[in-house]
Design a protein around this ligand. Structure first.
Ligand SMILES: Nc1ncnc2c1ncn2[C@@H]1O[C@H](COP(=O)(O)OP(=O)(O)OP(=O)(O)O)[C@@H](O)[C@H]1O
Ligand SMILES: [Mg+2]
Length: 477
């Protein structure tokens, strides 16, 4: 018997009801007529054939030429033509190997790698890496525009899917590198929807680089201190900037400092450059003391040296005020490079608080005001964390040698550097002197290796150029 309550009426049914289901709309499946499919395939095939001469001009033209020769002169004529062509290529290779490699070798290699590596693995790698996009149940993949090879790397130019950003690639450099069997991957943005993925084929910096030849007349805007991954010289600017070199113990900070000093030795000898060195560990710069105008190796003398650099800088600024806006190195007004090895010793670790405070103030003043009056601070540091060196951001140029943690990469090279491929925390400990730097005019970090300046090199430099400082040594010298 059903009873009506005073409120809402409830009806108890004798059979259990099916729980209410939400209404679901499903996309109707409409079969594509075969003629549309065939037309699509035909269109793609025709497009492929028509674009062949554009994508592979040499291959298409030589095939066509061979067919014409075979048609006109027969198979013997074709064999003769190919033998002549082969002999020509052989002569080219033997006589002009560089141009042969550039015009033939690397192009053949690029075509091969385009087909066998990138085209072949493109879809699975990009889908698994999460770089394929879906819209209305269709999959959209970034397209390979071109593959070119240099001596050491493949450059894959890619048209990214509309609506995505190059940052998606920057976040997945590790997946891409592993996916295509490369040691690393770097992303460069050329323009809208146009990015280049650079995959090194081998490590060009695996072998130590000897100290570089000393330039006859040093260019303080670009001192040769090592080699970039692409084989070009790594030029370090000191005039008009300050440089901070960061790396764990044994990363090779010494080789960066010494390579820079080495490149300046003729100017040091001429008196247009002075190096003021601070070496709290006494194991790095003390070896070449004869090269330095001033030298300090303990907290008190280091602070004296820094404060007298500030004084000289301010005196020079006073003289220049209203008369001169840029510094030109001369014997009267030399370019002063204050080299600080293990700068945290005087700014963070020294037991005397007063020394720490004075050192930090002096470095802050030098780095914030010294640029245009010819004072440069070239500092080395093991630990880039904020609490160790508050002044990190006062150094416009930074060098990231091997670091402890991934998070330190962006601390040194700026936000986004690690995403762009600057894996300084993954640098092999067996490759000291290897670093990531940002070169002028490009946000993309470049892998470099400093030349290794040996004790013998330093002795030679000190004996041939340093004698002129024998009498001018100052604090702690
Ligand atoms: N550019 C280089 N090429 C080859 N080997 C190098 C290079 N730089 C340094 N080394 C080797 O690595 C060792 C450590 O280098 P270095 O003393 O410069 O490290 P560091 O970063 O200054 O360490 P620390 O912070 O302990 O002083 C050197 O003794 C040398 O054998
Ligand atoms: Mg050192």
């Amino acid at each position: 018997m059903l009873r009506k309550s005073a409120g809402a009426a409830q009806v108890q049914q004798s059979t259990a009801p099916v729980p209410a289901q939400t209404i679901r709309f499903t996309t109707p499946v409409v079969e594509t007529p075969g003629v549309f499919l065939l037309t699509g395939w035909l269109w793609r095939f025709l497009r492929f054939v028509c674009l062949l001469p554009v994508h592979y001009p040499v291959m298409v033209s030589s095939t066509v030429a061979s067919a014409v020769v075979a048609y006109v002169f027969g198979w013997v004529g074709l064999a003769v033509a190919w033998s002549v062509a082969d002999a020509g290529l052989l002569v080219w290779w033997r006589r002009w190997p560089v141009s042969f490699r550039r015009c033939v070798g690397l192009r053949v290699l690029a075509a091969w790698r385009r087909i066998m590596v990138y085209r072949r693995h493109w879809q699975p790698v990009l889908v698994v890496a999460g770089l394929a996009e879906s819209y209305l149940e269709r999959q959209y993949l970034p397209q390979i525009r071109a593959v070119t090879c240099s001596e050491w790397a493949d450059r894959v130019r890619v048209k990214i899917v509309a609506g995505t950003s190059p940052a998606d690639f920057e976040h997945r450099v590790a997946e891409l590198a592993h996916g295509f069997g490369a040691p690393s991957c770097r992303v460069t943005v050329l323009g809208p929807r146009d990015v280049v993925l650079e995959f090194p084929r081998r490590d060009t910096l695996a072998d130590p680089i000897d100290s570089l030849p000393v330039p006859g007349s040093p260019d303080l805007g670009g001192l040769p201190v090592g080699v970039c991954e692409d084989g070009s010289p790594w030029l370090l600017r000191l005039h008009g900037t300050h440089v901070l070199t960061v790396g764990v113990t044994g990363a090779g900070k010494g080789s960066v400092l010494w390579s820079a000093i080495r490149a300046m030795t003729p100017a040091i000898a001429a008196g247009t450059v002075q190096v003021w060195a601070v070496d709290p560990k006494r194991m790095e710069l003390s070896y070449g003391r004869a090269l330095f105008a001033r030298y300090a190796d303990d907290g008190a003398s280091a602070v004296d040296l820094l404060e007298s650099a500030v004084e000289q800088m301010q005196e020079r600024a006073q003289r220049y005020a209203g008369k001169q806006r840029a510094h030109i190195p001369s014997a009267a007004d030399p370019f002063v490079v204050v080299v600080l090895d293990e700068v945290a010793f005087i700014t963070a670790y020294h037991p005397d608080r007063d020394i720490r405070r004075r050192a930090e103030n002096a470095i802050a003043t030098l780095t914030s005001q010294g640029r245009s009056v010819g004072f440069c601070v070239l500092a080395a540091l093991q630990d880039p964390r904020k609490e160790v060196l508050n002044l990190r951001n006062l150094f416009p140029d930074k060098i990231a040698l091997r670091l402890d943690e991934a998070s330190q990469v962006d601390m040194v090279l700026g936000e986004g550097a690690r995403e762009r491929g600057a894996n300084a925390h993954l640098i092999d400990p067996e490759l000291p002197g290897t670093a990531f730097v940002k070169l002028e005019g490009s946000p993309v970090p470049v892998r470099v290796r400093a030349g290794f300046v040996t004790d013998t090199d330093i002795d030679t430099m000190a004996s041939s150029f340093g004698s002129s400082f024998g009498s001018s040594s100052g604090v702690g010298a």
